[in-house]
Design a binder for this molecule. Sequence first.
Ligand code: MSP
Length: 535
Amino acid sequence: MSGSETNHAIRRGPETAYVTTPIYYVNDRPHIGHAYTTTLCDVWARFMRIAGRDVFFLTGTDEHGVKVEKSARERGISPQALADENAAEFRRVLGLFGLSNDDFIRTTEPRHERQVQRLLERLEASGAVHLGEFEGWYDEGQEEYHTETKAKELDYKSPVTGRPLVRAKESNYYFRLSAFAERLEKHFEAHPDFVRPVGRRNEVLGRLRDGLQDVPITRTNFSWGIPMPGAEGHVVYVWIDALFNYATALGLGEEDPDASDRAKYWPADFHVIGKEILWFHAVIWPALLMALDLPLPKCVYAHAFWIADGQKMSKSLGNFVDLESIGRYHERYGLDAWRWFMSTRGPLGAADADFREDHFADAYLSDLVNTVGNGASRVTAMAERYFEGNVPCPPEPHRTIDGQDWSATIAAALRQAHEASDTFAIDRMADAGLSLFRALDGFIHRTEPFKLAKDPARRDDLARILHQSLEVLFAASALLWPLMPASMDRLRDAIGQPRVEAAGTLEAQVRLDASRRFEGVAKIALFPRVEAASS
Ligand code: MSP
């Protein structure tokens, strides 16, 4: 991987950023869980793009393994046919949700299969693979083995499906995970931000200190997978196959990885995942990369789960928020409101979050109707009413009125957004933009432009207040654009300014030159009130 390292050292062109979602199993239909993680990544990717970074945002589907084989058999179709059908469905949903991924990788694609085989050859050559017999507690739903200690802790039941673990035995190829325990621990210590949030990091570190067992990387009990090179009857374990997607999408397993114009994105800034697959991402994946001598991701970000009425969402309970109900939210409140709710009220931290319509309606009303929508409509309405939509640049446009130092307020919001993006604090990123609307509301309340408007002698002050308010709308619309791109495009149109774009720096998107006139400002109603639904 000297290639990507060189690229990083030279830093030609804009700085890169790489963010990934888990690749989703094709034996499931898209639901809120998939939509959630992908939306968070989308917000981050959009933010990074408008901050001037050269971004690669990856998602895709995980198509091999027993589960897919089984589901296909039940439906009487081939696993490939099932994979094709559901991968197309996942893709359709990405489009429907306006998600801005740069690639969609499928593990049945030749580019992936070819590279996984090559990476496994490299892994073997490194001495990190051996053939061995294995017996353990197997979670059939998750295709995952547990140690005796862990199995006991779980009461011999799958933590995900609740079904009993079964005793299973296989002769397999193993990855010498145990050989990496010390290096992993050192890495965790040297990089306190390697796993976020911090509670999750401590969890992993604790388990890491209990010692590591080698993990099987092939299976012989099914055939729907990538053949292990040089080992007849052995198929690459679906988890190993899947983890490699993050590297194969960038061409890192190709004969000449440096030839790929995507190698420069490596390593990921964030692998964003749900908490249930943290071990694979925070321990097995980095150890594989160490064995392959590839740089490790900067951060594995594991969010918690959406739950329903305090209960786990599960297929068996039938309480998953599925595409149909998500669709009803989109219709009732709009896609941007959905994105806002996902980003600000979801299980981003260590705690699960209850999905409830009343929470949604509250967030919509307080943040979007009363704060963002109200601020935008008041300012644009006054600009239209008092200046026929053309607000001149007054003398001393930035003179503070009522002690409000907008330059400092905007700088603080910008800083908050940047800092939040460094730690994947999507909710804090959202708050940075919202805080400007809150400040704007107070400003209008205190300066009372509607009263000044009655006094022709105060015309300059009135222009100053509205000019400053429009500058705040300009800044806030940039900060909120990653969360609600369509609404913020409309807001930019309404204040007669160019839309937010992925060019230059975020500063350039947020600040106007002081002499700017606002022309053609038109009153806008962004978020209409919505009658609470009874369902
Ligand atoms: N195929 C594996 C991942 C391989 S990544 C190399 C997999 N797929 S999955 O289809 O089951 O998707 C799991 C992911 O969906 C979670 O990690 C999380 O991102 C998302 N979610 C699934 N249910 C969820 C909730 N109830 N709440 C929030 N996100 C959840 O595991």
